[in-house]
Design a protein around this ligand. Structure first.
Ligand SMILES: [Zn+2]
Length: 178
C-alpha cells in the first residue's frame, strides 16, 4: 500500500476505514440479557434488534438485509434469515423465497446508488468453506467495479473522506423503499 492510498481510503484502506464501527460490536455493550431464545453471541441474531448504529438496510417477514461489518467492498450486504440456522437446507420455503427476493432487491438497490458493474453472490457453508460465522447462514451480496474503484465519488463525496458504514446504510435503506 502506498502512502497516498493510506490517506485516501481507496480499497486498500478498507480495514482501517471500518475499524471504529467494528469496535462497537467487539465491546459487547449491546449484548442482550441472558434468557433470549436466540444465541446471545451471534451478531446476526443481534443485528435486527440494534437501534443505535444499526446497519440493517431492510427488514422482511423472514429475512433481513444488513451491511457487512467487514466489507469486501463498500456496500457489501448480507441477507440473513432471522432464525439462527446454519445450513441452506434448513430454510423453509418462505425463508428461501424471501432470501432470494431480498438478494435481487439488494442488487437493484446497490446498482442504483453505486453503479456497480457486477456482483459476487453466494454463501459459504461451514467453516471449512470459509464461513466466518458458520452457525447463522448469510448470503453475501458484494458489489464489484472494474478495478474495484470504490463508489464514494459516485455518490458525490470526495475520495478523501471515508464513508461511514452508517451513511452507507442510510443510502441503501432509502433506495430500498423507493
Ligand atoms: Zn444467529
Amino acid at each position: 500500500m502506498t502512502a497516498q492510498h493510506a490517506e485516501t481510503g481507496t480499497p486498500d484502506g478498507l480495514e482501517r476505514l471500518w475499524t471504529p464501527h467494528r469496535m462497537t460490536y467487539i465491546s459487547g455493550a449491546d449484548r442482550p440479557a441472558e434468557g433470549y431464545e436466540k444465541p446471545t453471541g451471534c451478531p446476526f441474531c443481534l443485528a435486527p434488534d440494534r437501534v443505535e448504529d444499526s446497519l440493517v438496510v431492510a427488514r422482511g417477514d423472514a429475512v433481513f438485509a444488513v451491511l457487512n461489518l467487514y466489507p469486501y467492498n463498500p456496500g457489501h450486504v448480507l441477507v440473513c434469515p432471522y432464525r439462527h440456522v446454519a445450513d441452506y437446507t434448513e430454510l423453509d420455503l418462505a425463508e428461501t423465497a424471501e432470501l432470494a427476493a431480498f438478494t435481487q432487491t439488494a442488487m437493484r438497490v446497490i446498482r442504483r446508488v453505486s453503479n456497480a458493474h457486477g456482483f459476487n453472490i453466494g454463501m459459504n457453508q461451514g467453516g471449512v468453506a470459509g464461513a466466518g460465522i458458520a452457525a447463522h447462514l448469510h448470503q453475501h451480496v458484494v458489489p464489484r467495479w472494474g478495478g474495484d474503484a470504490n463508489f464514494m465519488p459516485v455518490i458525490g463525496r470526495t475520495k478523501v473522506l471515508p464513508q461511514l458504514l452508517t451513511d452507507t446504510r442510510d443510502l441503501l435503506a432509502a433506495a430500498w423503499t423507493e
